[in-house]
Write a protein that binds this ligand. Structure first.
Ligand code: GLU
Length: 428
């Protein structure tokens, strides 16, 4: 390849893998389809607040390591900032910016009274002890506490963060203000003011979306083989819930490797295996699939529930599924979207498909503020209501405007958000 075109190819590859660039392309696409006023788009091209913090942590060997962390509030026009916190070696400013933008859009699509935010710390929690993770969490919380508060900014779990970490965030914040403040963070353990059903909520929302899709499209979900990439909170709970509803989960993977069985995997058995093993990669009762080829396994429904950019223009042509349901945030690049669309693969976008998590976070926050807790049955029924309503609204726009589901979801979200931006006006 000549040097110039080689450079161009590298550049477009880098942009394809940059989540903020991807997110802004998605915004522009919706903006131009809707003839949106430039000032609304311009507002959304900037994050409202970006806080970078250094997080010094006393390690177990007595040394001090300094980690870099972020908390970004993308937009607050529809309510307080909401969004998770992730711990991962690949966290970057552009990634957290994109994730905070997607939270703004997600909350608007399902119509929760929130703006979008996200936080992240560049670290590898797999190489840290529990004590080190606790000290990192408490110091990071203290550093970003200038932004936090139950009516200001409410974090939640994301990649590599869990209920225990949320409890430390709640405790650290409460120690600072001098009283117990459960409403400052969601995804907490029940004992610390958490909500029933929150842990399973993202996976459950993914299931509700897929079931509604099968109703509208008229296919039998119990006969459609499902493959799930990722075995974290989203992937593992999705696998469990699909299996509980009689669906055939034929593939599942984690960072170490993938598993496949055309007859359907025994999810309970894999869950039990995972309790005593670091990864499911060596689970003995299934075929093994290399992680880098997992999205190519034979299935009808593919649920990427791991990280960004797992479906790219390079492997999109090898995806066998008819439906891609995005459990993760940003798993499909924009170039991959185009390839999938040309091939007739329907993608249900992240900002709709994985909105179950933030929806039950909203329920948790409402319960905390009212100090009145609901039954799990109630929570799941309300979750289903919200997710199905949002799905139908987006599907209807996609049909009417003859656009893909990602663009339709952006149009629904952007329309709602723009109304708030216009009506609130520009200060001063
Ligand atoms: N981290 C989740 C997401 O990306 C949940 C956010 C929340 O509950 O605030 O949607």
């Amino acid at each position: 390849m000549p040097e110039k075109s080689q450079k161009d190819a590298e550049r477009s590859e880098a942009l394809e893998m940059n989540p903020w660039h991807q997110a802004m392309e998605q915004l522009d696409r919706a903006g131009s389809k809707m003839n949106m006023e430039p000032f609304v788009l311009e507002r959304l091209r900037h994050c409202k607040r970006i806080l970078t913090v250094s997080v010094p942590v006393k390690m177990d060997d007595g040394s001090i390591s300094v980690f870099e962390g972020y908390r970004i509030q993308h937009n607050l026009d529809r309510g307080p900032a909401k969004g998770g916190i992730r711990y991962h070696p690949q966290v970057s400013l552009d990634e957290v910016k994109a994730l905070s933008f997607w939270m703004t859009m997600k909350c608007a699509v399902v119509n929760l009274p929130y703006g979008g935010a996200k936080g992240g710390v560049i670290c590898d929690p797999k190489k840290m002890s529990i004590g080190e993770i606790e000290r990192l969490t408490r110091r990071y919380t203290s550093e970003i506490s200038i932004l936090l508060g139950p009516d200001r900014d409410i974090p939640a779990p994301d990649v590599n963060t869990n209920e225990q970490i949320m409890a430390w965030i709640m405790d650290t914040y409460s120690m600072t203000v001098g009283y117990s403040c459960p409403g400052v963070v969601t995804g907490k353990p029940i004992e610390a003011g958490g909500s029933l059903g929150r842990k399973e909520a993202t996976g459950r929302g993914v299931f509700y979306v897929t079931r509604e899709l099968s109703n509208i499209r008229g296919f039998d979900l119990r006969k459609a083989p499902v493959a799930i990439q990722g075995f974290g909170n989203v992937g593992a709970n999705a696998a469990k819930i699909f299996a509980e509803h009689g669906c055939k989960v034929v593939g599942i993977s984690d960072v170490g490797g993938g598993l496949y069985d055309a007859k359907g995997l025994d999810i309970d058995d894999i869950m039990a295996y995972r309790q005593t093993h670091e990864s499911i990669a060596k689970y003995p009762r299934a075929e093994h699939v290399p992680v880098e080829h997992f999205v190519e396994v034979p299935c009808e429904v593919l649920i990427p529930a791991a990280m960004e950019n797992t479906i790219t223009h390079e492997n999109a042509s090898k995806v066998k599924a008819k439906f891609v349901i995005e459990g993760a945030n940003g798993p499909t690049t924009n170039r991959a979207d185009r390839v999938l669309e040309e091939r007739g693969v329907l993608v249900i976008p992240d900002i709709l498909a994985n909105a179950g998590g933030v929806t039950v976070s909203y329920f948790e926050w409402v319960q905390d503020i009212q100090a009145y807790f609901w039954s799990e049955k109630d929570i799941n029924a309300r979750l289903q209501d919200i997710i199905v309503r949002a799905f139908r609204e987006v599907y209807e726009v996609a049909q009417r405007e003859r656009v893909d589901m990602r663009l339709a979801a952006f149009m629904v979200g952007l329309n709602r958000l723009a109304k708030a931006v216009r009506i609130r006006g520009t200060f001063p």
